[in-house]
Design a protein around this ligand. Sequence first.
Ligand code: DHB
Length: 316
Amino acid sequence: MTEFIGFIGDIKFHPPIMNASGVLCTTEEDLQAVLESRAGACVTKTMTLEPREGNPKPRCFWTQDFSVNSMGIPNKGVEYYVEAARRLKKYQKPMIASMAGLQKEEYFLLSEKLEKSDFHAIEVNLSCPNLEGKEIFAYDFQLAKEVLYQLRKRISKPMGVKLPPYSSRYHIQEIAKILLEVSVDFVSLSNSFPLGTAILSEKEETAILPNGGIGGLGGKAFRPIVLGQILLFQRHFKGQIPIIGVGGIEKGVHLYEHLLAGASLFQIGTALLREGPFLFQKILEEANHIFQQKGLSSYRDKCGKVKAPSPKDQKE
Ligand code: DHB
């Protein structure tokens, strides 16, 4: 049997598969459903200091190929999740709190509450694309650096960052340098592509209402983009920061692609939204089958080990 146990610091993820923040994680019952499934951990909906209703509906749309959402961070507020974690710790699986400030100072207030909570780790969301009139924090390197430095001083639990996708190698180099300097404990790659839309041709309408029909795009269509992010970040990190791969994982083979690119933990978003928590079992079985076929003693032997193709005998 191949060992399939991931680590963030000394927190053990067995198996290293969980929901992506935003899917099946807004209420205590949602989180309970994840913890009762074959997932090895859960992540909360991104929480803010106060509860939020979020954007007007329709605000989420999905097909077999992709999802688009502009939810606007509907969540129950930090106090609710701190209370829920107090009860959910009985499952003895790692619980990750995803949090985002609407302004810089809110990140610090959230960190104080979460530091004292039963959550095992904190995923700092610097990449919410759906707040009208606000830029994504992680596209402003100076701001991101300042927030992360301040948080690192306040948070002793394992602290990670959820980043948006970047479209420049230079930007990836810059943000990777900051993450290494701050010494974050993990990086989740990536949040959805921020400027997607879906158009319903019959109705001649956008599928979602908020933000002029524009929202974060994820799912199968997003997977090659995320694999590129993981590959590039991994080359900067050189194994020093674990990467959680998130984007387009629907089958064991997709998890294996994320692993080869450099992820050692895995989150499921769009496919979980569509198929429900039984999906964890299916992905786990498929991934284990691949590991066994390859004769691996630990899946980590393949982390970041993707090779270049041989240049000979290629038509193009
Ligand atoms: C929401 C979307 C995100 O991509 C995210 O990281 C946090 C919140 C939302 O719209 O609710």
